[in-house]
Design a protein around this ligand. Sequence first.
Ligand SMILES: *Cc1c(COP(=O)(O)O)cnc(C)c1O
Length: 384
Amino acid sequence: MFEQNLLNTFNKLETPFYYYDLNLLKNTLNQIIKAAPTKYKIHYALKANNNKTILSTIKETGFGADCVSGNEIKRAIEVGFKTQDIVFAGVGKSDKEINFALDNNIFCFNVESIHELQVINELASIKNKIACIALRINPNVDAFTHKYITTGLEENKFGINPYELDAFLEEIKKYKNIDLIGLHFHIGSQIEDLNPFKNLCLRVNEINKWFISKGYLLPHINLGGGLGINYQEPDKEAIVDFKAYFDVFQNYLELLPLQQIHFELGRCIVAQCGSLISRVLYIKNGTNTNFAILDAGMTELIRPALYQAYHKIENLTAISLERKQQSIYDIVGPICESSDCFGKAVIFPETFRGDIIAIRSAGAYGKVMSNRYNLRDEIKELTA
Ligand SMILES: *Cc1c(COP(=O)(O)O)cnc(C)c1O
């Protein structure tokens, strides 16, 4: 929902740009703090949105950071996250990135293969350091989400399969510069049904027991992120039901009291506070549909083209003028690709050149995935 004042501001600005509602972000963070048991440590997944104002706001809550590149670690440190609160994940960490993380004494590397373990050990030994690591294990839980954002199945490139764990423990014994402190899991993204998280808990219980039976009582259990948001009705459910989410873990996870529980939340923290604001450039009448051609496209928000993702589209000008007439539009961008389409056959108020359009729920995996294909301007961001 956008106030008239805000629309007046949008009208004066050059489009397109991302708009972030900091109040909604703060309310979301407060809800998480209220819902999460104090013993849960939340790390914000920077890859969802690395805007510095957003990061500072999140850092203020005392959350840690979940990074997937050396530059994300650098950004997290720049905005003031404590290095001891930083976890570093990813299947392909480069030597440079590992060295940077070692130099900054981050909390933990989430390790995804035996080969990576060898390399981290080698690089840590050169620096005479001990790298703390958690093993990222594939729990083989289906997240029932889009195949491009499912990560917890055996055939994914991510993580270590349970049948490899014996070999892993044998390897780890050889490495003097590695300290195994935890287990890490992340089953996918945009998971709306809570059942996969329940299944994750049950698998984690088994795997944790297996480790204990092998003599490893690991102090840190990281359950990753992936909680989905409501893309259909962003105003009805602006903040996810965090209590229901954490209750699943409260009810089904059977860890020992000294085992600390970690989460890595990205999308569900920042998605709803962001909108891509754009102007209508042209209306073109096709044979079966009208095209509303925007000044924003897949270069600014690639999710529809990449994952067939749905984003609610609103004509803010038409809403404010209470235009009643409706028509059917394909709402498309200016890029030379047919997949550059935000909405097909959308029932939309009558739309004109110059109307301000908001593409909602774009605070996560929006700006961070933007690119400059066609040599387009870098997309700007407005926080208010
Ligand atoms: C992407 C990612 C997250 C965050 O996922 P969301 O769906 O945005 O919550 C957490 N952990 C890891 C390892 C990731 O790759």
